[in-house]
Design a protein around this ligand. Structure first.
Ligand code: PGA
Length: 257
């Protein structure tokens, strides 16, 4: 399992449950995904609330296609940080990945790319896979500054990593205006940005590194649009919020590659 986490350029369907589900509901949803016929070359990641992680890791440990993610971790190693969760704690219960820099954390918790980079260092020091989220707000898109904005997020964070470290990152491009709004970026808009992101990585680290990185699209992915979005050349899968809470919908999304 450890090695599979860092396989190059995977097809990934990642669910971000956010602050939803009771424990009973989370276990039922997890079980239905474990029972699902996941295509050979697809990897599924479930982003669960903290209280359920240990149990979900236990339930998923014999399934080599289903991985468990936390939705955040602390920028500190350990100590007097009431309410925070250290990367080492996640590692010690068998968590595989951590989602970092989600726009809801940036917006509601004022997370900067500098802070997110510290969290990435913590996560990687504990051998956790990182799903790094970036993306622009509506005003930025409307002003035509979306590409520059995302590039600046990257340069303040993951572009400060060395080649070995960035190679282990999964990038999720999530335009803020498409999250939870029912509005999806068009396949062309997603492809344009994913291509820009990959080129930006290539310019600094070379083609081999850039072509090995999985770049996910997030923002109102659902069964009706997943196939078209995942079909774009630089889109390697999705980070799915709302539709990942319904096992049938998420099951269909898993089949959309
Ligand atoms: P959504 O959320 O699919 O509900 O738009 C995506 C996300 O925030 O990761």
């Amino acid at each position: 399992l450890q090695d599979k986490k860092y396989q190059m350029r995977n097809k990934i369907a990642a669910g971000n449950w956010k602050m939803n589900l009771t424990f009973a509901e989370a276990k039922t949803l997890n079980q239905s995904i474990l029972d699902h016929q996941i295509p050979q070359d697809v990897k599924v990641i479930l982003g669960s609330p903290f209280p359920y992680l240990a149990q979900l890791c236990e339930l998923s440990k014999n399934n080599d296609k289903v991985f468990v993610a936390a939705q955040d971790c602390s920028a500190h190693g350990k100590g007097a940080y009431t309410g925070e969760t250290a990367a080492q704690m996640l590692q010690s219960i068998g968590v595989d990945y951590v989602i970092l820099g989600h726009s809801e954390r940036r917006q509601y918790h004022k997370e900067s790319d500098t802070l997110i980079l510290e969290k990435i260092h913590q996560a990687q020091s504990q051998d956790l896979g990182v799903i790094y989220c970036c993306g622009e707000a509506l005003e930025i898109r409307e002003a035509g500054n979306h590409v520059a904005h995302v590039k600046s997020q990257l340069s303040e964070s993951i572009l400060k990593l060395d080649a070995a470290a960035i190679s282990k990152i999964v990038i999720a491009y999530e335009p803020v205006w498409a999250i939870g709004t029912g509005k999806t970026a068009s396949p062309e808009q997603a492809q344009e940005m994913h291509h820009e992101i990959r080129n930006t990585v290539a310019a600094q680290y070379g083609d081999e590194v850039a072509n090995g990185i999985s770049i996910l699209y997030g923002g109102s992915v659902k069964p009706a649009n997943a196939k078209e979005i995942f079909g774009q050349a630089d889109v390697d899968g999705g980070l799915v919020g709302g539709a990942s809470l319904k096992s049938e919908d998420f099951g269909e999304i898993i089949q959309s590659f």
